[in-house]
Design a binder for this molecule. Structure first.
Ligand SMILES: NC(=O)c1ccc[n+]([C@@H]2O[C@H](COP(=O)([O-])OP(=O)(O)OC[C@H]3O[C@@H](n4cnc5c(N)ncnc54)[C@H](OP(=O)(O)O)[C@@H]3O)[C@@H](O)[C@H]2O)c1
Length: 267
């Protein structure tokens, strides 16, 4: 029987991925900061894990190591979006964004690699974003974190292959989850009035985009594919918007891309 550990399973993509793997007979170590929110299912093992907290990551992997002969895959899904004008966002808030989206993901990756190395292989799936290869206005720290996840994962893929580990990048477009609501950290300083109109327009348009996003099950299916296809493929864009925008970004100049996004989201 195959087993996977997933971070950030209380809602959205994480919760959908738990269901997807359970429905296919996998043992799922579903982790969340509040594990009481996790589903009751004979194959589901709810575990507490805050990716910001090294002790909680260590404890979860120790427990998995004791309980399982083999962990086939680890999915780094936990993350959130910090938005607002860069000038309004404190350095402390940016550090928190990186602590979860980048350092938390690296912390879990390190623990996963130790387990995979000991057992002779595994799959490490990192949920980045289409926003790890392009960007939208007023999300500078979030994009910086997801671009970091892209660079980290691509480079890690070389060395991980030496120990039989495949690294995967999932790049969702807009997905209907709590990302745009409960989980969002939006910072606004009305005193920085030069940004106000553009921030307002951009924020409401991004909210609308999120509301029309794809079902999180689409991302769960891509994560499943990444874990099971046995391929060397690194990147899995998810959703029609991700495929369209990533394709467009490759073909049009920086100048045209900036103009297009400014027109669509800020004016
Ligand atoms: N929705 C989109 O449009 C979209 C697009 C591209 C990429 N993504 C990425 O997809 C991933 C999942 O987001 P989602 O859309 O499913 O949003 P979501 O419904 O808000 O889920 C985010 C999950 O991350 C968890 N989390 C946040 N900080 C954590 C921490 N320090 N330790 C452990 N768990 C933590 C949250 O747990 P709590 O319940 O404890 O807060 C929640 O379970 C994120 O990495 C996000 O950047 C989302």
């Amino acid at each position: 029987m195959s087993a996977v550990l997933i971070t950030g399973c209380s809602s959205g993509i994480g919760a959908a991925t738990v269901q997807w793997f359970l429905a296919r007979g996998w043992t799922v170590y579903a982790t969340a900061r509040q594990p009481q929110s996790l589903p009751h299912h004979p194959l589901c093992r709810p575990l507490a894990m805050d990716v910001d907290d090294p002790a909680s990551v260590r404890a979860a992997f120790e427990l998995v190591g004791h309980e399982l002969p083999r962990l086939d895959a680890v999915v780094n899904n936990a993350g959130y979006g910090l938005s607002g004008s860069f000038e309004s966002i404190s350095e402390e808030a940016i550090r928190r964004q990186f602590e979860t989206n980048v350092f938390g993901l690296m912390r879990v990756s390190r623990a996963a690699l130790a387990q995979f190395r000991a057992q002779g292989g595994g799959v490490l799936v990192n949920v980045a974003s289409m926003g790890g290869r392009l960007s939208f206005p007023f999300y500078a720290p979030y994009h910086a974190s997801k671009w970091a996840v892209e660079g980290f994962s691509e480079s890690l893929a070389f060395e991980a292959a030496e120990i039989g580990v495949r690294v995967k990048l999932i790049e969702p477009g807009a997905i209907r989850t709590d990302f745009y609501g409960r989980s969002a950290e939006f910072v606004h300083d009305p005193a920085l009035s030069a940004y106000n109109a553009a921030v307002e327009r951009s924020t409401s348009r991004m909210q609308a985009v999120g509301g029309k996003g794809s079902d999180p099950a689409l991302v769960a299916a891509a994560i499943w594919q990444a874990c099971t296809d046995g391929s060397e493929r690194l990147r899995y864009p998810v959703g029609p918007d991700a495929r369209l925008l990533l394709g467009l970004r490759r073909w049009i100049s920086d100048r045209r891309y900036l103009r297009l996004m400014r027109q669509r989201l800020m004016r």
